[in-house]
Design a protein around this ligand. Structure first.
Ligand SMILES: NC(=O)c1ccc[n+]([C@@H]2O[C@H](COP(=O)([O-])OP(=O)(O)OC[C@H]3O[C@@H](n4cnc5c(N)ncnc54)[C@H](OP(=O)(O)O)[C@@H]3O)[C@@H](O)[C@H]2O)c1
Length: 296
């Protein structure tokens, strides 16, 4: 579980541990993971802590090697970590990539590809990739993958657009990978967890609006607890029906869908963004991502 120390990832981890699972908490801040894990130390399951900074491809490679040396099977991989940058200019990773595309997609891409052999060797394993409703946009503006400038070297930077594009990449990767591993019986799905009161909004004004000002109308806006938001990931990891829907998108309900029929969400549901159904784009994204992270 990446990003297991906070928000939706923490609550997903807690429920899995309550049910007796062993969860590897893959976090960039190990101390934070150890601190929050004290709250479920008495539960049936267990956790271990491993350092993973998804913005640094060297950290991802080291993490994957470490996991492969310690574990011979992985029942589930949850690519849960995610982030939104602040400011009006792109932030860059150590390897020079735009930060949100790198953390939300590329780092997880390298992680998944690096662990794929043991995941595929584990009977009935599942890969759950956290996306966002943001990938869907509105009928006036549907996010798309800008292959000509993935790194925002030429485009005018807009952090919302960049976040939504990285989240579309999550859907497309799930779709492409599901097709690639279907003979191995590995299930791959993408998830919109809902509008959760997590730490994604940061600590500033946006968080104050979300966590304080909007509290009286939170249910109307479908703003939910992290525990409620963890339910879609848990369903995708545990429900017997999910393997029938490998490659698909599972979403909580949300008023934020501009398309009325999507507002109720669905397990699974059809994304209203036509760009999320384009297998050609999905294949191209995998090809380009491989090149970017140095895989053949
Ligand atoms: N909250 C929502 O309303 C919402 C809506 C749609 C989709 N999502 C998606 O849900 C997922 C979970 O987010 P959340 O809402 O639970 O947010 P959150 O509370 O901010 O948790 C995000 C997690 O990602 C980790 N992370 C960020 N950058 C990282 C990096 N470079 N390397 C490793 N880990 C990193 C964070 O670690 P630190 O604690 O060290 O920062 C944290 O553990 C994300 O993929 C997000 O895009 C959330």
């Amino acid at each position: 579980m990446t990003g297991a120390n906070s928000g939706v990832g923490l609550e997903t981890t807690r429920q899995l541990v309550k049910q007796g699972a062993h969860v590897i908490m893959a976090c960039r801040r190990i101390e934070s993971a150890k601190e929050v894990a004290k709250s479920f130390a008495a539960e049936r399951g267990t956790v271990s802590f491993e350092k993973l900074d998804l913005s640094d491809l060297e950290s991802v490679r080291a993490f994957a090697e470490n996991i492969k040396s310690k574990h011979k099977k992985i029942d589930g991989l949850v690519n849960n970590a995610g982030m939104v940058t602040s400011g009006k200019v792109p932030k860059r990773t150590k390897q020079g990539f735009e930060m949100m595309f790198a953390v939300n997609h590329l780092g997880h891409f390298l992680l998944t590809e690096s662990l794929l052999d043991i995941i595929n060797e584990t009977q009935g394993s599942r890969i759950v990739i956290l996306s966002s409703i943001g990938h869907a946009g509105s009928d006036k503006k549907r996010p798309e993958i800008h292959f000509e400038d993935l790194n925002y070297d030429k485009r005018v930077f807009n952090r919302t657009d960049a976040y939504c594009e990285s989240k579309l990449a999550n859907l497309l990767y799930a779709k492409e990978l599901a097709e690639r591993v279907k003979n191995k019986k590995t299930t791959v799905v993408s998830v919109h967890p809902g509008w959760a009161k997590s730490n994604l909004a940061g600590k500033g004004f946006t968080a104050f609006v979300q966590n304080v000002l909007l509290t009286p109308v939170a249910p109307l806006l479908t703003i939910m607890s992290n525990e409620d938001a963890a339910q879609t990931s848990l369903h995708c990891l545990l429900d017997d029906d999910v393997p029938k829907f490998s490659g698909e998108y599972f979403s909580q309900n949300s008023l934020l869908y501009s398309d009325k029929e999507c507002r109720r969400g669905g397990w699974p549901m059809k994304s209203p963004n036509p760009n999320a159904h384009d297998m050609k784009s999905a294949l191209r994204l995998t090809k380009v991502s491989k090149k970017m992270v140095g895989l053949k």
